[in-house]
Design a protein around this ligand. Structure first.
Ligand code: ADP
Length: 271
């Protein structure tokens, strides 16, 4: 039986990721990190949460391990399990255990999607005990000070069934994310879609804001910064702006024929 090692240097973000702060989130994350407090990032999809954690990984010089949570994700997927390899039973650490052993930042994206049994391992990690129970190894791991748990969730998507429980959320320092204001979002689009005409970027962001006003009036979500960046890349590559927003934004947001038309009209009115 062997414990699988991790080459943490592979998970180190070596180049400064481009991140445009929208408030005091860098200072708050750094302070929570120094105080060994776990961090909860709330906000809609595509508004920069993952990019922010990547930036913090670089800023704090701690390797980062990301887990995209889904319906079937169990505590064992996070902690680890025995696998049979070449006739031998081998213990393989899960991503949370690897992060804990090596003092990494562990980012659990969309945590409410995961199975409920994951809270059994997350809770003792998130209070002053900072313990990771690895039941199958009979081990109670005391995590190093460098370890940091960050989780994200999108309050807009959650049903009552999939809300984050008070017993979980009350362990975290919470940071709220939203789409940046128009001037900042234009800077982001220009930086992420190099070559885009600044005036076109400004119009693209204006179009994005208009789609967000349709939220609840036929759209579940407006265009995220991610979708605007995608459209910006197509435009910078020579695609007509209306076609770019139809394909990179409208069709990504909805299948509803009337809403597709409405978003198309918004784009035509802007460009
Ligand atoms: P989330 O994790 O919230 O779903 P991401 O972090 O993946 O969203 O952001 C999507 C994209 O939007 C990024 O790849 C980046 O291009 C852009 N982006 C959003 N916010 C920012 C920001 N504040 N600074 C830099 N890029 C940003």
């Amino acid at each position: 039986m062997s414990i699988q090692a991790i080459r943490t240097e592979e998970n180190l973000v070596t180049e400064e990721p481009y991140y445009e702060p929208v408030g005091q989130e860098v200072e708050v994350f750094a302070s929570a990190y120094r105080n060994q407090l776990p961090i909860l990032l709330k906000g809609p999809t595509g508004c920069g949460k993952t990019r922010f954690v990547e930036y913090m990984s670089w800023y704090l010089q701690r390797p980062m391990i990301t887990v995209a949570c889904h319906d079937d994700l169990t505590a064992s997927d996070l902690v680890g399990r025995y696998l049979v390899k070449g006739g031998e039973t081998v213990w393989v650490d899960g991503p949370l255990t690897r992060a804990a052993r090596n003092g990494c930042i562990c980012y659990l994206d969309e945590i409410v999607e995961a199975r409920k049994d994951t809270s059994v391992v997350i809770h003792p990690l998130c209070d002053d005990r900072r313990l990771l129970p690895i039941d199958k190894l009979g081990e109670l791991l005391q995590v190093p000070d460098e370890f940091c748990l960050a989780i994200s969730y999108n309050p807009g998507y959650q049903s009552v069934l999939k809300d984050l429980k008070q017993s979980t959320r009350q362990r975290f320092v919470a940071l709220e994310f939203d789409y940046p204001d128009e001037a900042k979002e234009q800077m982001i689009v220009e930086k992420e879609a190099p070559g885009i005409d600044p005036d076109v970027a400004r119009h693209l962001v204006k179009f994005g804001t208009m789609t967000r006003n349709l939220k609840g009036g036929g759209l579940d979500e407006g265009a995220s910064t991610r979708l605007l960046v995608n459209a910006g890349k197509l435009i910078a590559d020579g695609i007509d702006p209306v076609l770019a927003t139809d394909t990179a934004v409208a069709l990504a947001l909805t299948d509803d024929v009337d809403m597709l038309k409405a978003v198309h009209e918004l784009s035509r009115s802007v460009f």
